[in-house]
Design a protein around this ligand. Structure first.
Ligand SMILES: [Zn+2]
Ligand SMILES: [Zn+2]
Length: 198
């Protein structure tokens, strides 16, 4: 649909590549190399199809700040574990997210299309683990399922630095959490601080 993308009702670049939300021109950030690195570290797969017109080439302010702060060990993070996944739409009237998402220019209300060409973001807090945890780490995201909370990479970072653990103690803590299966399955565990103890 590459050559036809220009006729989409809403331009693909009016949406955030990461979360798929409509973003006004004043707040959108063009995807940069550091965004690509942070996205890859956070989700475990890269930003792709940037040479295509049927994906956005921008990030919204929340995703921009969330990813970069997280990447720089300054908190941050996103409130979804998997980003919106883009696939090439085939028909503007049937499966085109950009054409079928309705934006009310007067109220700013946006009604997002649920179409085959996109997979919606997956929330962070999925109740897959029934084991409660005994501490409450500060979290930048809204907690929906406290009793089944999986520890996110940035929360683990905060816990390790907050407890001022030695490298050996941190290693034991991480190993224990891994055995208990209470670490969110994020590829971000391979980075810096946590990577040092794994
Ligand atoms: Zn379209
Ligand atoms: Zn976004």
């Amino acid at each position: 649909m590459t050559s036809e993308s220009a006729v989409c009702k809403n331009h693909p670049d009016s949406f955030c590549y990461v979360c798929g939300e409509y973003v006004s021109a004043a707040f959108k950030k063009p995807i940069s190399e550091v965004h690509k690195k942070a996205y890859l570290a956070y989700f475990g797969f890269g930003i792709c199809d940037q040479n295509k017109q049927w994906v956005p080439h921008f990030l919204c302010k929340n995703c921009h700040l969330g990813l970069l702060k997280w990447f720089n060990d300054c908190g941050g993070g996103l409130n979804f574990a998997k980003p919106l996944i883009w696939r090439e739409p085939h028909d503007h009237n049937v499966d085109c997210y950009f054409c079928l998402t309705r934006i009310d220019g007067a109220t700013g209300k946006v009604e997002y299309a649920n179409v085959m060409s996109v997979t919606q973001p997956v929330a962070n807090r999925t109740p897959v683990n029934t084991q409660p945890i005994s501490y409450s780490a500060p979290s930048p995201v809204r907690v929906k399922y406290i009793e089944t909370h999986l520890i996110l990479p940035n929360e683990l970072d905060l816990l390790i630095s907050g407890l001022n653990l030695s490298e050996r103690s941190a290693e034991i803590l991480v190993k224990t959490f891994q055995e208990w299966k209470i670490l969110a399955p994020f590829p971000g565990f391979h980075r810096r601080k946590v990577a040092q103890v794994m």
